[in-house]
Design a protein around this ligand. Structure first.
Ligand code: PHE
Length: 341
């Protein structure tokens, strides 16, 4: 009897001690099974009760029941301590509150603008064309009706490469011949791309810039189609349905007649700093494709005619977004770039 009582005390002490030491819900459960489970230490002792005398059962029985309850309560309270702790640490851990400092990547202003432009031209039935930035004299000049001795070559401050007959294209008009070689009319292409000119930089000139080139070749193409296309494009680009265009004579060797197209200022009706108080902004170079250019590319000028236009993509973006320095475009100036994120 004495031994039994000792055992009971040992079980009680070690169970309480283990419960106190437990560091996880799993180990609490193991302790519960070891002491209070179906073949746990306390359960086994209780099953020996039936071998005792009635007198012994009367004293030990209630004690054992009391102990079982006590151990169970101790177990429960440890479990709820753990649960509370977990709950409260979850409550303190607000996943939305943790915001490490991160630099977000975003599309570059170039990408935004070129997407806007291509979307407009695709909606007008154009396909997007591409050409190499490293060009030959032939594609950049000769096929565009700018022969060797033509003074227009001097006005394009060209970056000549060390390889003979290789240069960095000075305009996207070089894509015209590539496109005409590859397709038969009707042909409608829009070619955005990077160009290079070996000139001093300032707020509106850069040695590297982007142009957009449009070319349309079909039978009976007229100046009125060019003007309607230019106006529709500019109205969409500036989001201004009532934008008007005005045409002045212009000279580009690859078009005849050649024109400069101005747009009415998208920001004012009576003069502002953007249009330098003239109400008009010079936007496109354009004209009807010169017969020599068609002929050089295997297209019969008696049968087909075409129009072409070109513009500085940065220039249009600068006007649209009020950007005052073209050099910002490839400056990696984060505050500038973030404005277009
Ligand atoms: N390539 C001309 C330039 O760089 C622009 C242009 C394109 C003019 C097509 C007329 C027709 O200025």
């Amino acid at each position: 009897m004495k031994e039994l009582e000792n055992n009971i005390k040992k079980i009680k002490d070690s169970c309480l001690k283990e419960l106190k030491k437990a560091r996880s819900l799993e180990s609490l459960e193991e302790i519960r099974v070891a002491y209070l489970g179906r073949s746990g230490a306390l359960t086994e002792i209780m099953s020996t009760l039936k071998t005792l005398s009635l007198e012994q059962k009367r004293t030990l029985g209630p004690d054992l029941n009391e102990l079982k309850k006590q151990l169970h309560d101790a177990y429960e309270s440890r479990v709820s301590e753990f649960e509370k702790k977990n709950l409260s640490s979850d409550a303190l851990f607000d996943v939305t509150a943790y915001k490490p400092h991160q630099m977000h990547g975003s599309l570059h202003i170039y990408t935004h603008i070129i997407e806007q432009l291509t979307e407009i031209f695709i909606s007008m039935g154009y396909t997007i064309a591409d050409g190499p930035e490293m060009e030959t004299e032939y594609y950049n000049f000769t096929t565009l009706n700018i022969p060797d001795d033509h003074p227009a070559r001097d006005s394009h401050d060209t970056f000549w490469l060390s390889q003979p007959d290789r240069l960095l294209r000075t305009h996207t008009s070089s894509v015209q011949a590539h496109s005409m070689e590859q397709a038969t009319p009707p042909l409608a292409i829009f070619a955005p791309g990077r160009c290079y000119r070996n000139e001093a930089t300032d707020a509106s000139h850069d040695f590297m810039f982007t142009q957009g080139e449009g070319l349309f070749v079909d039978t009976n193409v007229s100046m009125s189609q060019l003007l309607a296309t230019a106006r529709t494009f500019l109205q969409h680009f500036f989001g201004k349905e009532d934008l008007k265009i005005r045409v002045r004579p212009g000279y580009f060797p690859f078009v005849e007649p050649g024109v400069e197209i101005d747009g009415s200022c998208p920001f004012c009706s009576d003069g502002c700093s953007v249009c330098k108080h003239t109400k008009w902004i010079e936007l496109l170079g354009a004209g009807l494709v010169h017969p020599n250019v068609l002929r050089a590319n295997g297209i019969d000028p008696e049968k087909y005619s075409g129009f072409a236009f070109g513009f500085g993509i940065e220039r249009l973006a600068m006007i649209k977004y009020g950007i005052n320095d073209i050099r910002l475009f490839h400056s990696a100036h984060i505050p500038f770039l973030q404005q277009f994120a």
